[in-house]
Design a protein around this ligand. Sequence first.
Ligand code: MG
Length: 157
Amino acid sequence: MRIGIGYDSHRFDANRPLVLGGITIPGSPGLIGHSDADAIAHALTDAILGAAALGDMGRHFPDSDPAWAGADSVQLLHDAHAMVRHGGWTLNQADVTVIAEAPKLSPHVDAMRARLAEALGVDPGAISIKAKTNEGMGFIGRGEGIAVMAVVTLTVV
Ligand code: MG
C-alpha cells in the first residue's frame, strides 16, 4: 500500500465560475488559475502522484503550457491516475478537506464525489469530501481564497 498527501490553494476571482470537485457551483466567486482552478482536483492529483512517487502536477501539466489553459482538472486527475495505474498502482480511497469560509459546500458534496469517483473508476464510497471554515483567521478567514488537503491510499492493481 502507498499513502499520498496533496495540498492546493487558490485566490478568489469574481470574474470566473467556481469549479470544485468537477462541479460548477453557482452564486460564488470563482478561483484564479491557469486551468479551471479546481483546487479539489489539484490536491487529489498531487496526492495520487505523490503516493506513487511520480512528482507533482506542475511536472506533468505545467502552467506554462498553453495546452492546459482552462483545462478540465478532472481530466488531468484522470490522466494522473492512468499514469499511476501504468506503474502498477490504483486508487483505493481518498479523503479531502476543503477549508473555506464560503460558499457552503454540503449541498454539492455528493455530486463532487460522484464526478470524481467516475473519473477515477472507483465507487463514490471511496471518495470522502469534508468542508471546514478557518474560523475567520488568515487569508481564508478574510475570504481571499480557499485551501484543500487530500490524502489517498493506493493499492497494487
Ligand atoms: Mg491548483
